[in-house]
Design a binder for this molecule. Structure first.
Ligand code: COA
Ligand code: AMP
Length: 642
């Protein structure tokens, strides 16, 4: 670390006071086909645009540029798959060749600039190839996480309206093979939007049945293809859509642009992660999530690093030493994962005995994000790995960290439980309900003053009104993060909870509102509520409380089983929806608002106040009794008014 001592403060001040100068300088690190007219175009505020008038190709910057700069032989991607026993290394040249060829295959099927391509794939190199190939020809990819069920995939197909879907015959979850093709076929049956073409990667573990006239084997498509050159793309054009959970069951299509995204991500690799070209970066996430988009695919490649694509779990593939093996084998310099992965490892190997088998000398830093990180996990990881453990905070919407300990600028002391300081470019503030800034240490709604820095969402896919309503309307001039927390007197940001119906299950962002819609669709359900309750491994788990219609005579056990299956079938296994109780009624205020926060406190065995506005205090005792029945350790006396 040779950075001057005040590099963080300097960068933060400059990025806020002179954003055009600051980001214009960072942009110079990339190849521009045409230089921008304006770094920050505020002419249509609050629809800010970065690098307007510029033309850039993200794929060119992630691959071709490195060939020209002598990195052709360097490994770009290491595919490490304990579930198949395969490890493969792709150099920048090899990855470039595969991407250019697949881009040619897409172009040959009429996919062009601005067309959307949905990618529904497991963690295989072809998923990365497909994403970069879209970027190469200016098509807009929308990757859907493999753990989502056909209904969720169908919703995304209907919203994104792709001209093509790229998928694979199966994913592999631990020992289990999950055939993807039947899920894709079902999604296409459910969707109203018609997709004319699918390209399917046949994996040796499972052969998919292809539908003649619609489906094409990946191998055939590529064999016949001519490599495609990079298209000229406006910096402000969309690079991808990534759907994320909001308050309702309708996912929000976050849109990312080309220019601002490339600039911010390349800069973040140096400033936040302290990575240099040639370093090995491992984001143990999934390409279906934002962490995978940003830090498995785009940022490491834009920065000339080696990125690891890991098809496995932290435990069980084959044991809790899996992460240490990958670090040792590939000389990983920085690991980025969700706290839940470390909680899983700690649970299986509390003493960290498996660490002794591996040489972890290459590891410089562990980064954690995706959910609130409990201080115990930070301290355990620190004591076992003996490297700085950096909790940092961001969202699908922002695409890169909002608060972090910027390791490449000026590292600051770690405070376990805090995501550290605002990253340069983000003006993070905490407001109360009336829009007033709150004092240091006081909890409120966390907002970011507009404009957001480059790389953040530009809007929601074909839904400017939804973007405004979800993020900008609450506090004019600010972006509403949806998180509550505080900033302490040293400027550290502490993220405490969500202010909406979003929950975080094993680092996966899910909507309880979406689950409620699924439960409410069951013919026996009169009304229901889903809340996120604390879980020592996954951070949070969903818990359903349902009121049955009067006169339902079917065995309750059967109904409960159907409800669990229904969520799995409609949302996916990833929801981990296993706990549901039948209650006589839901606790409500006199105006009919369901008291979710009070129920959550009961389930979490926390003290709570019976709200003065409650319709009938007895309903809380009924909830407490139902939760005890499910095995929850509801505190004695809970349910009684305090
Ligand atoms: N395709 C199909 N199914 C998937 C899937 C995928 N890509 N990803 C998860 N699932 C399924 C799992 O098989 C599991 O199914 P099951 O209920 O039949 O067992 C279910 O979805 C839940 O999966 P998961 O959340 O991974 O839980 P787990 O119990 O299998 O493993 C952890 C627990 C903690 C090891 C795991 O959640 C983990 O590694 N978390 C890290 C999270 C992460 O990287 N988040 C990204 C943000 S940085
Ligand atoms: P996602 O969009 O899936 O990345 O989820 C974003 C949400 O996860 C944030 O809005 C937070 O609620 C939560 N989150 C992410 N990182 C952190 C963190 N470091 N600390 C606390 N919460 C976090």
């Amino acid at each position: 670390m040779n950075a001057p001592a005040n590099a963080y403060r300097d960068a933060q001040q400059r990025a806020l006071e002179d954003p055009e100068g600051f980001w214009g300088e960072q942009a110079a690190a990339l190849h521009w086909e045409r230089r921008w007219d304006k770094v920050l175009d505020a002419s249509r505020a609050p629809w800010y645009r970065w690098f307007s008038g510029g033309r850039i190709n993200t794929c060119y910057n992630a691959l071709d540029r490195h060939l020209e700069q002598g990195r052709a032989q360097q490994t770009a991607l290491i595919y490490d798959s304990p579930v198949t026993g395969v490890t493969a290394r792709l150099s920048y040249r090899e990855l470039y060749e595969r991407v250019a060829r697949f881009a040619g295959a897409l172009a040959a099927r009429g996919v062009g600039a601005g067309d959307c391509v949905v990618i529904y794939m497991p963690m295989v190199p072809e998923a990365v190839v497909a994403m970069l190939a879209c970027a190469r020809i200016g098509a807009v990819h929308s990757v859907v996480f493999g753990g989502f069920a056909p209904h969720e995939l169908a919703k995304r197909i209907d919203d994104a309206r792709p001209v093509m879907i790229v998928s694979a015959s199966c994913g592999i979850e631990g020992q289990r093979i999950i055939p993807y093709k039947p899920l894709l076929d079902e999604a296409l049956r459910l969707a109203s939007h018609r997709v004319e073409r699918c390209i399917v990667l046949q994996r040796p573990q499972c052969a998919a049945t292809l539908i003649s006239g619609r489906d094409l084997d990946w191998a055939d498509a590529v064999a016949a293809a001519t490599p495609a050159p990079c298209a000229s793309v406006a910096a402000t054009d969309p690079l991808y859509i990534l759907y994320t959970s909001g308050t309702t069951g309708k996912p929000k299509g976050v849109v990312r642009d080309h220019g601002g995204h490339a600039v911010a991500l390349a800069w973040s690799m140096r400033a936040v992660y302290d990575m240099r070209p040639g370093d090995v970066f491992w984001a143990a996430s999934d390409v279906g999530w934002v962490v995978g988009h940003s830090y498995i695919v785009y940022a490491p490649l834009l920065a000339g690093c080696t990125s690891i694509l890991y098809e496995g779990k932290p435990v069980g593939t084959p044991d809790a030493g899996a992460f240490w093996r990958v670090i040792a084998e590939h000389r990983v310099n920085a690991l980025f994962t969700a706290p839940t992965a470390f909680r899983a490892i700690k649970k299986e190997d509390p003493q960290g005995a498996l660490l002794a088998r591996y040489d972890l000398a290459s590891l410089r830093t562990l980064f954690l994000a995706g959910e609130r990180c409990d201080p115990d996990t930070v301290l355990w990881a620190e004591s076992k790995l003996r490297v700085p453990v950096i909790d940092h905070w961001w969202q699908t919407e922002t695409g890169w960290p909002v608060a972090a300990n910027c390791r490449g600028l000026t590292p600051s002391p770690v405070k376990p439980g805090s995501a550290s300081l605002p990253v340069p470019g983000y003006d993070v503030q905490v407001l109360d309900e009336s829009g007033q800034a709150v004092a240091a240490g006081k909890i409120g709604n966390i907002v970011i003053r507009l404009p957001l820095p480059p790389g953040t969402l530009t809007t929601l896919w074909q839904n400017d009104a939804g973007y405004r309503e979800s993020y900008l309307a609450r506090y004019p001039g600010y972006y509403l993060t949806g998180d509550a927390g505080y900033i302490d007197d040293e400027g550290y940001v502490w993220i405490m909870s969500r202010i909406d119906d979003v929950i975080n299950v094993a680092g996966h962002r899910l909507s309880t509102g979406g689950m409620e819609e699924v439960l409410a669709g069951h013919p026996d359900v009169a009304e229901c509520a889903v809340i996120g309750v604390a879980d020592p491994l996954k951070g949070q788990l969903p818990l359903g409380l349902v009121v049955l219609k009067s006169g339902v005579a079917r065995p309750q056990e059967k109904v409960l089983q159907e409800l669990i299956e229904r969520v799995r079938e409609h949302i996916g296994a990833v929801a981990a929806f296993r706990h549901v109780a039948i209650v006589p009624r839901l606790p409500k205020t006199r105006s009919g608002k369901v008291l979710r926060a009070t129920m959550r406190a009961i389930a979490d065995s926390q003290p709570y106040n019976t709200p003065a506005t409650i319709d009938d205090p007895l309903t809380l005792e009924e909830i407490a009794a139902a939760l005890r029945g499910l095995g929850y350790a509801v505190a004695a006396g809970a349910g009684t008014a305090r």
